[in-house]
Design a protein around this ligand. Structure first.
Ligand code: PMV
Length: 342
């Protein structure tokens, strides 16, 4: 093989937001800052084989099969950003992608898949230029352009995306790592993802963000989210679990409340989502275990808790909550190390 052909492989995880990004402006810029846990078990593994070609071209396989919908998304992103990656103009890419979690689990895979793809592209660029390593800030920047919250997936443990005066170096254009700024307890967090429905999302996140443009509570929401980020960063530093729980659950509720008062409106929770949340409140009251929940823009429930309570919480999930999951399905995940070369 000459130096214009080869193969690169990266894996990148999914992430779960604690303070939610919901509403955007301009080119994939967030209306408010957001904070997330980087996950570990739910990830995308991508390889890109590249070879010289007269024109830019790509073939894409997901789980070994062609998926025209995904291929079109990747093609559109790369075509739009060809000027940033001029080497692609004379290259054909064979992209192979695989998720470690079931595609039908209702877990958004665009964060993990688009960040893994961007890392592969930057790695090809690095090899062609003979550079030592890729710049993760730049990888986060392009991941954001490919799929908003994907920019937070690259970093170990936790990430902050969006400008906030309480954290120097924060930016609307890329995420930054919070790994060195959080109390050790948060590095041990588990996320048990309870699959209440494995149906395709009722509203795409693109449509969801757009609904915020005319939401009557938008300005208040963005102000509250900014305040929540500042408060959460303090709680994360101090290891203040009470504050962490209050903000995290309020953010999940707000995301769903915003959808309920959008035009048109959507109820994204299912009856079993509410059963799980109410059961969790009771369990927390009875045991005093600092366990809480968050939700994505869908009905599945993420149960968050420190590692030291894993035995009790997992027993509770199996005894009381599994019955509300599709075929008893839940995914044990935990805070992870971010993206890496494979
Ligand atoms: O990155 P997007 O466009 O899929 O939007 C993500 C939106 C939420 O998952 C609901 C919140 C977030 O911050 O991840």
């Amino acid at each position: 093989m000459d130096q214009n052909s080869g193969i690169v492989r990266w894996q990148s995880p999914s992430n779960i937001a604690l303070v939610k990004y919901w509403g955007k402006r301009g080119k994939q810029l967030p209306q408010n800052p957001s904070v997330s846990f980087t996950l570990s078990n739910c990830r995308t593994e991508t390889s890109v084989q590249y070879e010289p070609s007269d024109v830019f071209g790509l073939s894409f396989r997901f789980e070994g099969k062609e998926v025209p919908e995904f291929q079109a998304k990747i093609q559109a992103f790369l075509t739009e950003h060809l000027y940033s990656f001029p080497f692609l103009e004379r290259m054909h890419l064979h992209i192979n992608s695989h998720n470690t979690f079931p595609h039908s689990s209702g877990i958004a895979s665009s964060a993990s898949s688009m960040s893994a793809l961007v890392l592969c592209l930057l790695d090809i660029e690095r090899l062609l230029k003979g550079e030592k390593d890729i710049d993760m800030q730049r990888a986060s920047y392009y991941s954001r352009l490919a799929s908003g919250s994907a920019c937070r997936s690259l970093f170990p443990k936790m990430a902050l995306w969006g400008q906030t005066e309480v954290r120097g170096g924060s930016s609307d254009e890329y995420a930054v790592s919070l790994d060195k700024e959080i109390h050790p307890i948060f590095k041990t967090y588990r996320d048990s993802i309870l699959i209440v429905s494995d149906a395709k999302k009722a509203v795409s996140s693109r449509a969801g963000h757009a609904l915020m443009d005319n939401n009557p509570y938008a300005a208040t929401r963005y102000a509250v989210a900014k305040k929540n980020v500042a408060e959460l960063l303090t709680a994360l530093k101090k290891g203040d679990l009470e504050r962490f729980i209050r903000i995290t659950e309020s953010e999940a509720m707000q995301l769903h409340a915003l959808m309920m008062c959008s035009e048109p409106s959507f109820i994204l929770m299912k009856p079993n989502t509410l059963r799980i949340i109410n059961n969790l409140f009771e369990f927390r009251k009875e045991t005093d275990i600092p366990v809480c929940f968050t939700l994505d823009a869908g009905p599945n429930v993420h149960i968050l808790y420190p590692d030291q309570h894993a035995e009790m919480v997992e027993r509770f999930i199996m005894d009381e909550l599994e019955r509300y999951c599709v075929d008893g399905h839940w995914i044990p995940d935990q805070v992870g190390e971010g993206a890496s070369r494979q």
